[in-house]
Design a protein around this ligand. Sequence first.
Ligand code: SAM
Ligand code: SF4
Length: 333
Amino acid sequence: MESKLIDPFGRVHDYLRISVTDRCNLRCVYCMPEEGMQFEPTERILSYEEITSIVQALAPLGIRKLRLTGGEPLVRKGLDQLVAMLSAIPGIEDIALTTNGIFLAAHAEMLKAAGLTRVNISLDSLKPERFARITRGGKVHRVLEGIKASQKAGFKPIKLNVVLMKGVNDDEVEDFLRMTLEAPIDIRFIEYMPIGDSGTGWKSSYLPLEHVLKTCGTKWNYESCGDVYGNGPADSYRIVGAAGTFGLIHPVSSHFCGSCNRLRLTADGNIKPCLYWSDEYNVRPLVGDDKAVQDLFYKALGSKPETHDMVKALKGQEINGTPTLRHMSQIGG
Ligand code: SAM
Ligand code: SF4
């Protein structure tokens, strides 16, 4: 289906990232503070029926791909019911989940049966103590069990999101790359983004992703994979002969705004045309009136900036908008 969601820069939008909750069972250092997070009261969070109604209004405009994120989507009860409701909408071809994986082992099969097509699991360290430090209490063996359960349930490939941090997990690149040798696992190394109050940690821990290619090159031969379906903004590579791939997502150093095809819906019902800007449009009061929902999405698209200007903002240079004050857990990543 041809997309009608085209912004002033000619970018076609067929992808909606839906945050189903701002709550989380973890407190990753780059995402939220250890204490003092104010979560939305339940009544301010979109119900599954409301989310489904919004997607029903958008599918005829060309939205085909959805990603459920958060916060941690699996802290919300009955996520498989939402997946089933969304997968029944004509035009929706792909429903992915981004999860920290802690509760995945118990849910992978149900989610697959409900119509989930892909799963991304965040995993920044394979070392139990380090993982616990980064996530402030997470147990890495639960994530590894979640990965196994997802493989068993038939998700293929499994994508692992690794936020690369200088002096924190940059010595594990080789271990992560090794995971791609035998299994169809795609590792996606992500640059640390200065969003929410991650700013202070960002300054000391940001590391450009060239480090990954350098590390890989000392050990293996690798080749570019070109465009891989579902890899979005990742530059993809494969160690020669490996079953899986690895990708680099550099939103900071070389942004991919020119090919941005995504819109975001926050858990409290705000459309976010850009991850970085503060602009939001509250669609919740309009749910049920498809024409009004569509019109607000058009309005949001009309205000989408050409680029996020993250680097300019970091350098203190003038930019045309205001960076968001929300934490990544409230935006959905
Ligand atoms: N809780 C789920 C999870 O962790 O996968 C989904 C939500 S989380 C906000 C989505 C993604 O954003 C995760 O892969 C996480 O690592 C990433 N993320 C959060 N804060 C980030 C930051 N400051 N820079 C880069 N990636 C970040
Ligand atoms: Fe929770 Fe995901 Fe943020 Fe970690 S990155 S605190 S798991 S929402």
